[in-house]
Design a protein around this ligand. Structure first.
Ligand code: IVH
Length: 703
């Protein structure tokens, strides 16, 4: 019998077709790897094209045999109406930043301290470029690329599978005996400098808008609903991390990345293993110097603990790992003129002066605003309207004024006078005094919490933002519009919008810029958010000082919103047990406690929350890993531990679902007493709280 590859497509039977499709998928993938990664094609273009044509022809005859890793899927799938959501099986976290060598030294030292490693114990880190692109996750099952997503909010991203499939850098199948059954590959989609220039030339020639910088071009290209457009964009990929994985093929970061390479994934060639902080900083300096020659944008260096067992022990904070850090390159500078100074009112009433700049490009991005922070800062730098200034932009951070070029100042200019009347509501702003330090706050604050329209709008914006209620289609512009129209004034109004809209003489979709589809999508997005996790809900309320971390601490402590609310209301009395209980939460200080109590004492806000709760349901906080005997228990550590640092012990306890408190009370379940335990141990004895030695604690938690 003749070999299947010699049989004309028209004569193949189903079994042969299936075998041929498998062979072609593998062979084309191999040539792609040669061509795109090693820059060394081993066959002529015509031969390669013939393979692809044969593959397409077989698929045309046997459509049902098309493979998930078919090379023809590279040219795109169907045009979508919108992207579906994909919940990441492991969150896609961000990295903490370091800006100086001292920050990096501190990072290594605190990782050592957390692990209780001696200063001279070996502790290696990898160092690699931080690619300035767009992160993506690729799911491979049985070696086949089955789906891919954007980072999104870190927990839920958008399904961009068909777009990612068009990237030649992304293998449709991983090759190797040790490819795990399941692995999420994480990495960065980027565009090279050369390709970017060419892309913009093409855009301009076709009369289309040019892209600001390679990152924007990459982001825009990935979010195309029509994959055939993505297929025409020169997107590239570097793999540098992973999410879910069924078995580990290596026990170090370096080992993992070498495996990635062996399986056919593109990895960054600049990655190095460093044994000392000096080695790490040397990689940083070298990359900073060669930055312009790399051919793609990088904005720093990422260091990662090399040993995976140490990564595991170091674990995560709310949004970033303790085992990695991004060492950013210094920000870029530009010169421009301040045309005006506006005062913006924030969600908690802070009046922030903002310099309106003559637009200028800084590091590839046009900048027209810069924060001036507060009155003292303006005075300190003597910033005036009309001044020529140097502005700095670092990553996504709001641009800042570095210095005023005094020699270019107009002789008629006058010092800036800070207006302390709220520009939004006319209330007299105040400067508060910090309860603890007795120092005056740097910011002027509009005290009209529930009546100031700017605060209300900002609060609503925060409420629907990505890490809060995450209502898509309800951005800054839409909130302002709905507020101005009187359609949304309070939290609850969001959830009654649809019903009220139905009764309106002029419907929302009849306004300019809305349209039927976007209204329908908006209402759908709102419906999807009628249930929310407690920690997101607390964060959404926009309480001063309550970011995601503190929201989680409160959620973990009170479990139910009703519980939280009544406890905080009671905590208004500083003599109460409720106040002491609030302060006893590890990580909650007095400033924050006062802000929370202040928020819950505002009757207008409480009424608004009550109204809101008629339309939504706040889920109970369920502590993770509730199988542990310490889940839900309140524990206090005191004295020094032998086996692990206090921080590691705390993190482990929290990982097992325990609440870690800073002081002992009748509510404490266990006090873990290390050596030299003092007053907390004494208090525990007085209150009859169970006291565990470090060994007993480790036995109880199965360590
Ligand atoms: S590691 C848990 N490595 O930087 C650690 N990230 O600020 C996962 N990025 O969202 C990230 N180059 O988009 C890692 N070599 C690199 C990176 C890198 C760029 C991006 C990535 C991430 C962001 C974190």
């Amino acid at each position: 019998m003749s070999r299947p590859e010699t049989i004309p497509v028209a004569e193949l039977n189903e079994t042969q077709a299936q075998a041929e499709l498998a062979r072609l998928a593998e062979e084309i993938a191999r040539h792609d790897a040669h061509y795109y990664r090693h820059d060394k094609p081993v066959i002529a273009d015509a031969e390669y094209d013939a393979l692809r044509l044969r593959n397409a022809a077989i698929e045309a005859r046997f459509a049902h045999l098309q493979r998930a890793d078919s090379p023809s899927l590279r040219i795109g799938g169907p045009v979508l109406e919108g992207f579906e959501k994909i919940t990441h099986t492991r969150p896609m976290l961000s990295l903490n930043n370091a800006f100086t060598a001292v920050d990096v030294t501190d990072f290594c030292a605190s990782a050592r301290a957390f692990l209780k490693l001696a200063a001279d114990a070996p502790f290696a880190f990898t160092a690699e470029p931080k690619i300035d692109g767009v992160s993506a996750t690729l799911r491979y099952e049985d070696g086949k690329f089955i789906s891919g997503a954007t980072r999104g909010d870190g927990l839920v991203g958008e399904n961009i599978t068909n777009n990612l499939r068009t990237l030649r850098d992304i293998p449709l199948r991983l090759i190797g005996a040790d490819v795990p059954d399941i692995i999420d590959i994480r990495g960065e989609v980027y565009i090279s400098h050369e390709d970017f220039a060419e892309l913009n030339r093409r855009q301009a020639a076709e009369g289309k808008p040019v892209f600001m910088n390679p990152r924007n071009a990459a982001a825009g290209s990935l979010r195309q609903l029509d994959p055939s457009i993505t297929a025409q964009r020169p997107l590239r990929f570097f793999a540098y991390a992973w999410g879910e994985i069924s078995v580990f093929p290596a026990d170090t970061q370096m080992g993992m990345i070498e495996k990635f390479k062996a399986w056919g994934l593109p990895i960054n060639p600049e990655m190095r293993l460093c044994h000392t902080v000096e080695d790490m900083l040397a990689v940083y300096v070298r990359l900073q110097e060669s930055r312009a020659m790399l051919g793609y944008d990088i904005d720093g260096v990422v260091y990662k603990a090399d040993r995976l067992d140490l990564q595991e022990r170091l674990g995560f904070r709310a949004r970033s790992p303790r085992w990695a850090i991004a060492h950013k390159f210094p920000a870029e500078l530009a010169q421009t003129v301040i045309d005006a100074i506006d005062i913006q009112v924030g969600r908690t009433g802070t009046l922030t002066p903002v310099a309106k700049l003559r637009p200028v490009t800084v590091g590839g991005v046009v900048v027209s605003n810069a924060t001036l922070h507060n009155e003292d800062e303006i005075r300190r730098k003597d910033v005036r309207i009309g001044d020529t200034v140097i502005v700095r932009r670092a990553g996504d951070v709001i641009p800042q004024i570095v210095e005023v070029l005094l020699e270019r100042r107009d002789e008629n200019s006058a010092p800036y006078v800070f207006n302390t009347i709220c520009p939004a509501c006319g209330a007299q702003a105040v400067r508060e005094t910090d309860a603890k330090t007795g120092k005056e706050d740097a910011a002027w604050r509009c005290p009209n919490r529930s009546g100031c329209p700017a605060q209300v709008v900002e609060r609503l914006r925060h409420f629907v933002s990505r890490d809060a209620f995450d209502i898509e289609g309800l951005g800054e512009k839409q909130i302002q519009f709905l507020f101005d129209q009187g359609l949304i004034r309070d939290f609850a109004d969001i959830f009654t919008l649809r019903a009220r809209n139905d009764a309106l003489p002029k419907k929302l979709h009849e306004y300019e810029g809305w349209g039927e589809t976007s209204c329908a999508n908006l209402f759908r997005a709102i419906e999807a958010r009628r249930e929310i996790d407690l920690e997101r809900f607390i964060y959404a309320l926009g309480i001063r000082h309550v970011g995601q971390n503190n929201a989680r601490l409160l959620a973990r402590h009170y479990h139910l919103f009703t519980e939280l609310r009544s406890a905080i209301r009671n905590a208004k009395d500083k003599e109460s047990a409720a106040w002491r209980d609030l302060l006893a939460i590890d990580g909650i200080g007095e400033t924050l406690a006062l802000a929370v109590v202040g928020y819950f004492s505002d009757d207008r806000i409480m009424t608004a929350i009550d109204a809101l709760l008629d339309y939504i349901e706040v889920r109970e906080f369920i502590a993770p890993a509730s199988a542990s005997p310490v889940a839900g228990k309140t524990v206090v550590f005191t004295g020094s531990l032998e086996k692990m640092s206090r921080d590691e012990a705390k993190a482990r306890a929290q990982g097992l679902g325990a609440k870690v408190a800073g002081s002992v009370s009748a509510k404490t379940d266990y006090v873990i007493a290390g050596t030299d335990a003092g007053s907390k141990l004494k208090k525990a004895r007085e209150l009859g709280v169970s006291i565990l030695s470090e060994e007993e604690w480790l036995a109880l938690t199965g360590a």
